[in-house]
Design a protein around this ligand. Structure first.
Ligand code: PHE
Ligand code: FE
Length: 288
């Protein structure tokens, strides 16, 4: 997400008015390409049987297994043919309105830098591995592609309605940390999970976190943590269902209803929750 305090107010030197910059693909060093390959191989080994079919199909269709950091122009060409999306480079986090406007126009903004070799397991700001490996495969799925475009339009509206916090939680618990129920079991699709080796396992296998059936209003009220594994994951029944539940619902009355309500503490389970796993919260406790 882009609602972060590091964000600048104006596009930096060298960026266009819409905050995009050239990816400058030729400037990547051999070591930077090697970092991508290391991360890619690790996740590619881990994800079959864990990531959603849609994600795995996207990896394939976009030929992301080709060695090195993808060139956004070539990637956009493939993606454009599949779902009409493009990938554009930005210098890091961009303001909310810029982020939403790109998204509403089927442009996914991606950081062009890659993490250092000593940051393979964790870094706070989204780099090209998180943005491209984590997010872009799902954009090759026609249903998810429509969802993210609608989300962009919803973002512009949420800004006007003073409900960015509510809408941002939907992004967090779906686009970044979502789980989906498939015929063979629960699968991960959120970019924050699929781009992380440790969380790819934790989200599905660990007894600590809650896994709760997705409910729009519930999600809008639920706090989240940005600095460690999630304590809750929300499970959608399918991408069709997610799209239907969000596109066909007018969020304005939901915002109005949830804005005055208290936030739901991160790990709390409510009587109405469709609990798939009641987490032990052991992991979170061990860290506090
Ligand atoms: N239907 C939402 C609204 O009325 C927009 C939206 C669609 C938001 C899809 C998120 C995802 O604001
Ligand atoms: Fe992300």
């Amino acid at each position: 997400m882009s609602n972060d305090s590091h964000v600048l107010e104006r596009p930096p030197e060298g960026a266009a008015a819409d905050w995009t910059i050239p990816q400058n693909w030729r400037a990547y060093t051999a070591q930077e390409h090697a970092t991508w390959d290391t991360l890619f191989e690790r996740q590619a080994r881990l994800l079959p049987g864990r990531a959603s079919q849609a994600f795995l199909r996207g990896l394939d269709a976009l030929r992301l297994s080709e060695s090195g950091i993808p060139n956004f122009e070539e990637l956009s060409e493939r993606l454009m043919k599949l779902t009409g999306w493009q990938v554009v480079a930005v210098p890091g986090l961009v303001p909310d309105d810029v982020f939403f406007d790109h998204m509403a126009n089927r442009r996914f903004v991606a950081g062009n830098f890659i993490r250092r070799p000593d940051q393979l397991d964790y870094l706070q700001e989204p780099d090209v591995f998180h943005d491209v490996f984590g997010h872009v495969p799902m954009l090759a799925d026609p249903v998810f592609a429509d969802y993210l475009e609608a989300y962009g339009r919803g973002g512009v509206r949420a800004m006007e309605l003073g409900a960015l916090k509510q809408l941002g939680r939907l992004y967090w618990y779906t686009v970044e940390f979502g789980l989906v129920r498939e015929a063979e079991g629960l699968r991960i699709y959120g970019a924050g999970i699929v781009s992380s080796s440790a969380e790819s396992r934790f989200a599905l296998d660990d007894p600590s976190p809650n896994r709760i059936g997705f409910d729009l209003k519930r999600v809008m009220r639920t706090d989240y943590r940005i600095d460690d594994f999630q304590q809750n994951y929300f499970v959608i029944p399918s991408f069709d269902e997610l799209l239907r539940a969000t596109i066909e619902t007018d969020f304005a009355p939901l915002y109005e209803e949830t804005l005055p309500l208290a936030d739901i503490p991160i790990a709390e389970i409510l009587p109405d929750d469709d609990v798939i796993t009641r987490g032990t919260q052991e992991y979170a406790r061990s860290k506090s």
